[in-house]
Write a protein of this length. Structure first.
Length: 106
């Protein structure tokens, strides 16, 4: 049975990718009842990446967009999402065209 002190804390991870193949991970232990916003502040990610604007950047837990006041649970992964520069469907089309053109010998 967990000690009362341990039960009052949760372990979470805060993840942000400032660019392709880059990741900023912070492992935290927070008080039970902590919110997504509490984790972002405690991680220091907002200070390390001043370009993050919580008014425009979406945030979430395990790939699902959530509000800043969403409560966290043990083992959650808090994520800050970058705005997309290119529509994913258009990016796929461009990659396909490039592969197709190489196959044709252009």
């Amino acid at each position: 049975m967990p000690e009362p002190e341990q039960a009052a804390q949760i372990a979470v991870v805060v993840a942000y990718s400032p660019g392709p193949r880059e990741i900023d991970l912070s492992e935290l232990v927070l008080a039970a009842g902590a919110t997504l916003h509490d984790a972002l502040r405690a991680s220091g990610v907002l200070e390390r990446h001043p370009g993050i604007d919580l008014a425009t950047h979406k945030v979430g837990i395990w790939g699902r967009v959530r509000a800043l006041d969403a409560p966290l649970r043990e083992g959650d992964r808090v994520e800050v999402y970058r705005p997309l520069k290119v529509d994913p469907k258009e990016a796929r089309r461009q990659r396909y065209r490039g592969h197709r053109d190489k196959a044709r010998g252009r």
